[in-house]
Every structure is written in structure tokens, then in C-alpha cells.
Design a protein around this ligand. Sequence first.
Ligand SMILES: Cc1ncc(C[n+]2csc(CCOP(=O)(O)OP(=O)(O)O)c2C)c(N)n1
Length: 658
Amino acid sequence: MNYTDFKVADDIKLKLYKSMLKPRMIEEKMLILLRQGKISKWFSGIGQEAISVGVTTALSSDEYILPMHRNLGVFTAREIPLCRLFAQWQGKASGFTQGRDRSFHFGTQDYKIVGMISHLGPQLGVADGIALAHKLKYEKNVTAVFTGEGATSEGDFHEALNVASVWNLPVLFCVENNGYGLSTPTNEQFKCEHIADKGVGYGMESHIIDGNNILEVYYKVSELVRDMRINPRPILLEFKTFRMRGHEEASGTKYVPQELLDVWAEKDPLENFTQYLISERLLTENSIATYKEEIQVEIDENLKLALEEEAIIPDQSKELSEVYQNFDLVKIEPGNSVNNIRLVDAISEGLRQSMQKFDNLVIMGQDVAEYGGVFKITEGFVNEFGKERVRNTPICESAIVSAAMGLSINGMKAVMEMQFADFASSGFNPIVNYLAKSYYRWGEKADVVIRMPCGGGVSAGPFHSQTNEAWFTKTPGLKVVYPAFPYDAKGLLTTAIEDPNPVLFFEHKGLYRSLYQDVPADYYTLPLGKASLLKQGDQITIVTYGAGVHWALETLEKNTDIRADLLDLRSLQPLDTIAIYESVQRTGKLIILQEDSLFGGIASDISAMVMENCFQYLDGPIKRVGSLETPIPFNTKLEEQYLSKSRFESELKELIAY
Ligand SMILES: Cc1ncc(C[n+]2csc(CCOP(=O)(O)OP(=O)(O)O)c2C)c(N)n1
């Protein structure tokens, strides 16, 4: 192995040696503990330590690193107390996730490490967001993100590299090409010779580095990041290395030819570097023994602490109270001056005033800049706030949701406009797995609002008409807001932006331009989770939201003899169950109207909750009215037939007559 080409000071060489020795020794210990059933799964990084250690040492401690499951060396090189690492792997309370997630699935702001989620790819986009925040704050920091070569097949890899390149973000994409995915060799994973070759396609500088040569890794990465700080740009690095053990310990290496293991065993990064340092007289048998002893003492002491720590005693209220970051809304009352405006104007106004209030707020979305978004909600924003804060994005929902998360991690706020709510499916993974679970897993908020232009009645067919709130109300950790009026839309949007938790903000397209309301001109907020009682009556309770509110209002205007409570939920998560129960207790009957197809929607859950909590007050069966169990069709007549609107009146009358 060639070490002589890389000029590195002797003290750094020794530091690199010790930094590689430590994860190797920890792993050897963990493999024993694993066999004893004292820790859960283990993903070995033996033979790959030079990459984690070299990259981490080349970065400064205030630069974020987003490691993977084989990057123990990142954590140890950042000098995380080992007792906390061990407690994490044992699912103990002093671990970084309090037993809520395993292995390396955690982050820590104290050490500027943002751990992976199991889905591998999304963190590449998160790195983009972190780097973007640095850029917007004029900080000259590089962000390093790791991935295996297998995960480069995920769309997230492509999206994140493309965004980083188009936005010129200082992200170091570190691909550890260790020969295999779980068991899949590289020739079944991708067709090009080197992953680094892909850099050309993204207009991105790329390099191949011998990932088993610690001096090469450290030297080259140091040079590159020095330059990236002055001249911000993304760089793709392919580290050639090999996975010496199974994907995780239980899966073994049977499918790996022995010759390959033998060849790569010769290239062991620690073994070779040790020999080199001995030949350079920087190490002796004695000093090696001393270093090993020091590390062994550190491991043993910390392991003792972790093993002695009591097992977690489950506390339901603690778990339930730590899904969302606590947020005390400072209610800002609306002023007296009002304008009679449409829903679309109210949302635009709320967004504009939030941009004025929070100078760390960034809007991202397709065509949101000069074009003003397809619904013109951000029209004129570029002139007022500039292109850095009102960002057109490539068509890559997953990377942008992830980038929004990254902005939040690095101290900013993000609003992302889904061009249509339907397209949230292309960013679904980071929404439900990253944003939703982050606070619960490691206490990191996701200060992100995703605006969701949604809904039918506009003859736009199956992919531009869905109202897909139920995809998200299902997922703990997300808030879901769904206003039906301009006044509510503005006040709820400003609150959603103030709230540090991830909020899906549904905006019904059919309501955008079809109704006007007096809306306070100044900034104000409205609390989430409070339904609005639009009409009061003693005969029946109608619970609905979004366009359903207007369908119910029309029905009541037509049938003036019906005396109904009409409850507009406004927010689905949190849900105002108290308002629902109070009304049902007064009227004794409940009909729930939703625009979405019936099965698995919010109506079903409200129905079940009322049955469980108000059964004794009910004078009839609860009725759910939803749209047909088909995709939403394009043809106007077919769409009318599909939508629950067409059946609501008769169902309402039937229940009243019961
Ligand atoms: C979206 C997703 N698909 C599949 C898996 C299962 N899985 C976990 S790691 C892995 C292999 C990853 O290979 P690579 O990216 O090369 O990293 P390595 O494990 O080799 O370091 C697979 C298939 C997963 N966790 N997430």
C-alpha cells in the first residue's frame, strides 16, 4: 500500500492510527456481546475503518456528517462517550434514542452527526438541506454524507446528487464501494465501471480513492474540503474497499468467493498502516500495546456503565408525549383591518407574512420562483425575498422533502409546495419515515410544512384530484391541517409554519378561487386541533372538513328544516375529539362526510371513536359518507358519481329519519 505519496504530519498519523484502532477494538468486543445476546444486530465495518476515520478527521468538528450503518469510526472519531454508544445498542435510556431505535439509527446535534434511517437513501437529500442552510447563512462548512454502493441504485441518490449539483451545494458524497449490497455483487447493482463515473452525468467533480489507505483518504479529503469551503460545490467520492464480514452478523459471507476475501485481507487498512508506522518508527510493539490497553480500559469502563444501567421501564405517557416537540403557540389576534379575499390569496398572504416574520424560512417547490407556482400562490415572492429563499426545485419530491429536513436540522424553517398533493407519493418515504419519526427517535424536530394542493371536482383525473390526507393521518409524528375557508387557511398556515413539527397543509384546489371571505390583513395565528362549529342544531351532528364543509352548507341551505350541528374539523391531526363528542352528546346522531374514498379514511376512525366514547348518547347508527372505492375519474359525470357529495343529502335525510 502506498503511504509515501501523502504528506501527513507524524502526530496526525498517530491520531489516525488510534482512531482506526478504537472502532476495530470496539467491534471485536461487540461481536462477543452479540453472541451473548447483549446487543441486537451488528453491521460490521471491519476493513472499512479508514474511510470513516479519514473523512471525519479531515472535517472540522462543526461540520455535519451523515454516516451509515458501517461507520462506527465516524462516531468514535467524533469522540462520542462510549457509554452512550453502548447504551444505544442495548436499547437503554441513556442511549441516543432512549430505546426507541436501534444500532446507528440516531443523530446528535452535540457531535454534529445525523444518523441514517433504514431506508438508506433519504439522508443524501438531508445532507443537501444541511449544506443549503450553511450556504444561506454564509457559513463555509462542508457536509459529508455516506452511502454504500448498493444504495446508489435508489432514486434518492440520483435526486440528491442532482439537487446538490444544480444548487452548487458543498456536499461531499462518500460512496463506500465494498463489493456487495446485502448479498448482491456490484455487477448486479449497476452497469458502469466505477460509481465515480456517474459524476459526469451530474456535472459533478468525482474521484476514486483507495478506501483502505488511511493516508490517501485523509490527505485527499482534507485537500478537497479545504477547497470546497472556499469554492462551494458538491463532490462525489468513490472509496474502493471491501466488506470483510456478513452484511450483518447473522447473514454470513457464504456467497463471497474466498479468493476475494483473501485478497482484501491482505489490504486490511489497520494492519497495513500499523506496519507502515512501525517501519517509520512511529510505533513500536510497546507503544502499540499501550494504546491498545488504553482503549481496552475505555471500552471496559464504559461497557460496565452501560451494562449496569437499568433496563427501561416503559412509561406510556412519556412515549405518547414525545412524538411531537412541545409547542406553545403564542396566539396573535387578528387586527381590525380586513380584505375580502379568496382562499388562494389568504394562503399567499399567510405565506408572505411568514416569510417577512421568519428570515430563516425558505420556500421550495417546482416552479415556485418567477412563475409563482402553478396556482400562483408565490407570485411576486422572488422579487420580495430573492431566489435563495424562494427556490425552484428540480422534479424530485423525495430529495426536496429530505432537504427540507436538512434545513430544519441546520436551524432553518422550510415550506415545500407539492405541485399537487398527488405527487406526495414521490416524496412519501421521507415524509412518513424521516420527518414523522425524527423527534420521537432522537429528539430532532422537523420544522417543515408541506403544502398540499388537493381535491376533486375539477375534472383533473386520478393523478391531479386526490385528497390523500389519510395517507398521513395514519402516521404518528405528522400534523395534518385541512382548512375550508380563507380566514382559517391564513391563520392555520402561519401557525403551521411557527410549529416546529412537520405539518401537511391541505389546500383544496376547488376552493382556491371559488369563495371569498373577510380576512384580517395583518399576521395572525389560529390554534391547530380546534374544530369550528359553523351551525348549531339539535337534530344531528355533521362532521366534515375541506370541500365537504361547503357541500354540507349547500345541503343545509337547501333543506332549511334540518337542524344540524355542522362541525368543520379544520385540523385532522391533532383532532378535536372533544368538540365532536360534545356535539354528538347534544344531538344523539352523527354523520361524517369525507371527500376521499370511504375505506380507511378519517370518517372511519371518528366513527369508531364516537362508538367507543359516546355510545350511550347515540340514537341511531353512525353514518360515514365517502367517495366510491375507485380511483377518482376524469370525466365530469363519472367524477360526480364518484364523489360523496352526490350521496350526502339522501344519507343525511335517511339518518335523521331513523
Ligand atoms: C429501501 C431499503 N431497501 C432495502 C433495504 C435492506 N437493506 C439494508 S442494507 C442493504 C444493503 C445495502 O448495501 P450498500 O448500500 O452497498 O451498503 P453496505 O451494507 O454494503 O455497506 C439492504 C438491501 C433497506 N434497508 N432499505
